[in-house]
Design a protein around this ligand. Sequence first.
Ligand SMILES: NC(=O)C1=CN([C@@H]2O[C@H](COP(=O)(O)OP(=O)(O)OC[C@H]3O[C@@H](n4cnc5c(N)ncnc54)[C@H](OP(=O)(O)O)[C@@H]3O)[C@@H](O)[C@H]2O)C=CC1
Ligand SMILES: O=C1OC[C@@H](O)[C@H](O)[C@H]1O
Length: 393
Amino acid sequence: MASTSPFTVKWGIMATGWIAEMFTKDLLTNPVSRDVHDVRHEVVAAASSSAKDKAADFLAMVKAPSSANAYGSYHELVADPNVDIVYVATPHSHHFQNAMLALEAGKNVLCEKALTVTAAQTRKLVETAKSKGVFFMEAVWTRHFPLSIKVRELVSSGAIGNVYRVIADLSFNKDAADGKVDFADSHRMVNPDLAGGALLDLGIYSLTWVFQTLYHTQPEKDKEAPNVVAAVNKYHTGADETTSVITQFPKHKSMGIALTSLRVGTDVDGHNSGGAAIRIQGSGGEIQVMGPAYRPLQYKVIKKDGGGRIEVVDCPIPRDEERDWGHGMFWEADESARCLRDGKEESATLPWSESIVIMEVMEEVLKQGGVAYPELITTDVYDAQSPLNTGMR
Ligand SMILES: NC(=O)C1=CN([C@@H]2O[C@H](COP(=O)(O)OP(=O)(O)OC[C@H]3O[C@@H](n4cnc5c(N)ncnc54)[C@H](OP(=O)(O)O)[C@@H]3O)[C@@H](O)[C@H]2O)C=CC1
Ligand SMILES: O=C1OC[C@@H](O)[C@H](O)[C@H]1O
């Protein structure tokens, strides 16, 4: 008789910051609370680049099992034979070196967005995952939401006719009275040493909506990477603060407009009064997704011949009532687990080739906007002893 016990994946968490906390709490929720029965997750280790105590405090804070190991270095984490997959939760500046460290140690890797700083770095990571025969995926959690899956299905099934244009925005109003934005210059959002800027942090989600509706849905034989035209306003640190990107898919007669800013907000008043964050426009109607683009909870379908009727679909994030938690990052973890179970090195939901094309688009935008990052974080030469891997800041 076939076994019905769920496939278990043992996670090692690299870094102890904000998103590491959100993701790890999601890993620790009961999958049954989201009606998932085929996979489950264990948190077996966490590492801080600066101190073992920090990792131990992190594990205690997220209420991980007491058996989980705390490490004071990323090197120790990737050497732990008990870890199946490493979740990289460092700033984007560090992703290439940190993910390489884990891949070179033969670990499967789920790496936070933006995957890297350059397209060459992404290509190198993919080559390494391929040569090591391990799973590797960019952690764009939104792609794995049931809402995203449903919207992709609607687009592919022609529910709104041919989709010709997508407008997507993820912007935060961080405008400050002194002409600056509400982040210290050293903060990862605006610090070039940490690959700061609106595009790599927020614009990636606007592009995610453009790509998952206009590119991912293209048949394999007709895949078309876009032409790119961008405008960038730079912050005084050199990072981008407001960036607008037009992606043109001429063969498909479609265009995506991806917007991001640290000066104005998509959600003007915190109540979505400004309307949809994403508009997917087809010949037969429109799908509107209410923001934020990274964690949408509702979409609307408006048909051209619908006589003014609007279908409104709510997609709440399930909570594990016992842990009083549920953020929505568990779906990308479930997908990673299924790929490991099925011996897949990449996910069909966000294939390597698509992460590469998106990274190429972002690189082109930054080039057009004159944004340049330091050599330490743009090199595609792996160095196990890079300060990005050893934590020597
Ligand atoms: N998917 C999502 O919704 C989100 C994704 N992110 C992504 O996650 C990544 C991390 O963001 P976030 O958690 O907000 O960042 P934080 O600053 O909160 O945490 C980053 C962690 O990385 C480690 N780190 C190592 N070197 C450095 C360094 N030089 N400076 C700062 N931190 C360092 C630190 O952990 P330690 O000391 O333990 O090594 C730190 O706690 C980013 O790439 C971001 O794009 C962020 C927010 C939301
Ligand atoms: O990925 C993200 O989503 C949520 C934002 O608050 C955060 O800045 C960004 O990194």
